[in-house]
Design a protein. Structure first.
Length: 367
């Protein structure tokens, strides 16, 4: 069968949070440059991240076409946000009539897209399927489990995710395909690493001589005690090692609200290419972000995870990441051990994730 014999598929890609926009860059680029005769893509931005530097500017920076639909849904509770997304995404889908809906990760935008697709009998491809933190008090864990359950194509970033799905019986579900395609963020890191750039506000920052810190999760930011403990650890570390903290706006808001003293360098949120530079040139990364801990791994950096558990359990097993929770003394103790860090082997494929995903969608659609 030649390419001309294959029906051109329409995929509707749903993004909402900053990491999802970044992940979508690889797939959109592959569709545009290599598969435009097979697939057309409609991009929908739910608006879940509304700050320009956290969202809109990314489309320009990464060379992605601006979304055809921007729903502008944000600053709401989980239920209200997800409900409005479902309502508006349903209208978009009924208008566009796509063959597939593609969702990424584990946000409210992910879950809303999955629910709409399942109700309208549109096939779902879930990128980053099979991840489990085993903490269902986290909304992300619930979102990823529910999304996996209604997806036809489950694209796993590593073997741990594949094993999770097999242990839950997904291999016995009809019309469900589980594939280890590697990590799409790794593909992006490889592609954009040469374009990374030093933040202009840090013009005199020395390479490989600072700790990079990011904190944004609600479980820390909304807790005075947890946030105070983490900030206290960073204050102590900053006495011997420079700390650079491009904190999320809500983190800065909570620091001011709780009147927490900071003795290190807090800077405004940086662009994706600037964040890549900071990770690549840091000495240690401290973060509660799933994406940042992976990017630290890609650049062979050690990371301290300010969480009690992580969906990226293989990073902890490899020794590249250490779960430090929120205890000041634990954070400082583990930071002091990072001098002996040795990076582990690659766990996330060969950087060809997008093409594998597209081939799988095309081949599934033939059956």
């Amino acid at each position: 069968m030649t390419n001309s014999d294959i029906k051109k598929l329409k995929v509707l890609t749903i993004v909402g949070a900053r990491p999802q926009i970044i992940k979508s860059a690889s797939l959109s680029r592959a569709i545009k440059t290599k598969f435009s005769s097979n697939i057309s893509e409609v991009l929908v931005h739910t608006g879940q991240h509304y700050d320009d530097n956290l969202s809109a500017s990314l489309f320009r920076e990464l060379g992605i076409s601006q979304p055809k639909y921007n729903l502008g849904i944000n600053k709401l509770s989980h239920g209200a946000m997800t409900g409005r997304m479902i309502e508006q995404l349903e209208q978009v889908c009924m208008s566009e009539n796509p063959d597939w809906i593609i969702v990424y990760g584990d946000t409210n935008s992910t879950l809303a897209g999955a629910i709409v697709a399942s109700k309208l009998n549109i096939k779902i491809a879930h990128i980053e399927a099979g991840l489990r933190s085993l903490n269902t008090s986290m909304p992300e864990e619930v979102n990823r489990i529910l999304t996996d359950r209604v997806s036809s194509l489950l694209f796993c970033p590593d073997e741990v995710a594949v094993k999770n799905l097999f242990s839950e019986g997904y291999n016995n579900f009809s019309n469900v395909s589980i594939k280890n395609v590697g990590d799409i963020m790794y593909e992006n890191a490889l592609y954009f690493s040469e374009q990374s750039k030093k933040p202009s506000v840090l013009f005199n920052l020395e390479k490989n001589n600072f700790l990079l810190a990011t904190i944004h999760r609600a479980e820390i930011v909304k807790s005075r005690d947890k946030l105070t403990s983490v900030i206290s650890a960073l204050n102590i570390i900053s006495e011997s090692t420079k700390v650079i903290a491009p904190f999320h706006p809500r983190t800065i808001k909570s620091i001011k609200k709780y009147k927490i003293e900071t003795n290190f360098n807090i800077i405004p949120p940086v662009s994706y290419l600037e964040m890549l530079w900071l990770i690549d040139n840091s000495k240690v990364v401290l973060t509660d972000s799933g994406g940042v801990q992976k990017e630290a791994f890609f650049f062979k950096k050690v990371s301290l995870i300010t969480r009690e558990e992580t969906e990226w359990v293989n990073l902890v097993k490899s020794g590249n990441c250490t779960l430090v929770g929120y205890d000041t003394n634990k954070i400082i103790s583990e930071f002091n051990k990072t001098e002996n860090f040795k990076p582990g082997p690659n766990l996330f494929g060969d950087g060809n994730t997008s093409e594998q995903i597209i081939h799988s969608i095309i081949n599934y659609s033939k059956t």
